[in-house]
Design a protein around this ligand. Sequence first.
Ligand code: CA
Length: 230
Amino acid sequence: MTHVLIVEDEAKIADVLRAYCERESFRVTVHRDGSAAVEWIAAEQPDFVVLDLMLPGKDGLSICREVRQFSAVPILMLTARVDEIDRLPGLELGADDYICKPFSPREVIARIRTILRRVNQAPGAPIESATANTLAYNTIAVDPERFTCTVSGQGIDLTPVELRILTQLLRMPGRVFSRDALIRVAYDDHRVVSDRTVDSHMKNLRRKISEAGGDAELIRSIYGVGYKIE
Ligand code: CA
C-alpha cells in the first residue's frame, strides 16, 4: 500500500488532500507543521511526500533539503503563488515536481500518479554514478565522458555549456532544475550569468534537437521555477 505523507498546515487543504488520496487507496499520514517531518520520514520511509512550502516549525525547503541527504522519496512541493516563487532562493533542492496554489486536488493526484509511475518504472541512477554511462531519454542520448550527444543515433554538435545542461536534465528526467542550478553545472568557473543566458542555451538546445528530428518539446520550461526533461 502506498504510504503518502502530507505536510500542510492549512486544515482545509490537508483534509481535501487526505480524502482524495484515500480515494486512491493510499495510506495517508498528515503533519500540520514541519517540525517533526524529517525525523518521521527517516523513521517511517513513506512512498511519497506532499510538502507545503510555508509551514510552521520548519519550512518546506529546509525539509526537502534535509530529506534529500538520506532519501530519494518522491516529493511534490505545494508552492505559494507564482510571483512568490520568483522571490524565493533557488528551488533546486530536489523536489520532483511543484504545484502552485490554488490547485485542484484532482491535479495533485494526477501528478502523484505520474511521479509514482516514473519512479516505479525507472529507479534513477544515483547522480554520482551516472557520469560513467550514457544517459538517454526518448531519442536523446549523451555520453558525458566522451562529450557527445546523439538524437536517434545521429550525432549533433553541442557547445560544452549546452552539453552540461542537457546532461544534468537527463540525469533525472522529470525533475525540475532551477536556472541557478543549471548555471552552476554549466559554468565551472563560477561566473555570474543571468537567467536569460540559460534561456538562450535552452532555445539553442531545442533548435538543435529539433533540427536533428528529435522532439524539442521534451525540454520543458516550468514557469517561475526552471527546466526539466520529460
Ligand atoms: Ca502553509
